[in-house]
Design a protein around this ligand. Structure first.
Ligand code: DAH
Length: 341
């Protein structure tokens, strides 16, 4: 009799299907609640003769476990289908774009200059931004009364002895020549400081790349050919150069180099002010006095040097009309260089 009831319950439990919470609750009420089937079996068990108790007792225990296991299975299956973590997510959608930074235009140009000169054997050296008078001026043959030594042009940190922010990367020339004997073939990129009013064309902080080549038999022809190579690599193969005589205390002879206007190709336009030429750097043969100041034998060695402004080159290359844009960190400006190398 009880055995039949047990069998029936086992069958009913096995067949039971629940698709929602209500049906799971129905299962609980039907089998596990106070008035449920299991309790009825327990009640019935009391009337069972003693000799059958052991066998039936075991069966009832097994039944109880089966019912409970089924109940848990039903609950779990519901929990899984109920779990809507991914239900409303379209896993095939493309992901949100990641905002990548880009190189600053000044870094792009500086790296390109480094790249161009490293292809012809120039190494890269750096020097300090806070300098002494010797390396910025005296070693470079600046006379004591030169206007660059004036407070109006130079940011001084201390006077007597003078500590200052370097006004040009030529200071690295003196440091490198003091420390190394020729052959020297290096470029020095870096930041420089001048006490100047900020305008569209001038800033008190800007960047330069200096070049220095000292060896036996270095001539002006080597300088010219090196700079022609640079101009063509930087501004395109059709670029022409022109050297105009100039003066710098640390070079003799000195020159300023123009390139044919990269915008109008030399015909004349507002950028080159109708001349067809753009000034891009200063250069010359290292003055023997400078070599001597740095303990290099001026009878044995000669050298050339050049210095260019990174902002100036970037402005020409990308037609940027206001130097202040390089320092504003306005992402609308910077984003335009994402595609540049
Ligand atoms: N130091 C100069 C300047 O800041 C640039 C310069 C001119 C550097 C001639 C040189 C050079 O090495 O030979 O204006």
């Amino acid at each position: 009799m009880l055995q039949q009831i047990i069998n029936q319950i086992l069958k009913d439990v096995e067949d039971f299907k629940a698709e929602n919470k209500e049906q799971v609750e129905e299962f609980r009420l039907k089998f596990l609640s106070k008035k449920g089937e299991l309790n009825k079996v327990f009640d019935e068990f009391r009337t069972v003769p003693n000799e059958q108790k052991k066998e039936l007792g075991q069966k009832i225990n097994a039944l109880k476990q089966t019912v409970q296991a089924k109940f848990e299975t039903l609950q779990n299956s519901l929990a899984e289908s109920d779990d809507d973590t991914f239900a409303n997510v379209d896993l095939t959608l493309p992901s949100k774009p990641i905002q990548l930074g880009s190189h600053h235009p000044l870094s792009i140009v500086r790296n390109e200059i480094i790249d161009i000169f490293s292809r012809i054997g120039f190494t890269v050296e750096e020097g300090p931004e806070i300098e002494d008078d010797w390396h910025v001026f005296s070693a470079l043959n600046f006379p004591p009364e030169h206007p660059a030594r004036d407070m109006q042009d130079t940011f001084f940190i201390e006077k007597n002895p003078d500590i200052l922010l370097r006004t040009h990367t030529s200071s690295v020339q003196s440091r490198v020549m003091e420390q190394t004997q020729p052959p020297i073939r290096s470029i020095f990129p870096g930041r420089v400081f001048r006490n100047e009013a900020i305008s569209a064309r001038a800033h008190c902080i800007f960047h330069q790349v200096e070049g220095l080549y000292v060896d036996t038999n270095v001539s002006f022809a080597d300088l010219k050919q090196t700079l022609l190579y640079f101009a063509k690599e930087m501004f395109g193969n059709d670029t022409q150069i022109r050297l105009r005589p100039s003066y710098f205390p640390f070079t003799e002879p000195s020159a300023e180099m123009d390139i044919s206007c990269s915008i109008c190709g030399g015909k004349g336009c507002p950028v080159c002010k109708g001349t067809g030429w753009l000034e891009i750097l200063g250069c010359g043969m290292v003055d023997p006095n400078v070599l001597k100041n740095c303990n290099i034998d001026a009878d044995k060695y000669t050298g050339f040097a050049f210095g260019m402004g990174v902002e100036r080159i970037a402005m020409l290359k990308y037609q940027v009309k206001d130097i202040r844009l390089f320092f504003k960190n306005d992402t609308r400006f910077l984003k335009q260089f994402e595609a540049a190398k």
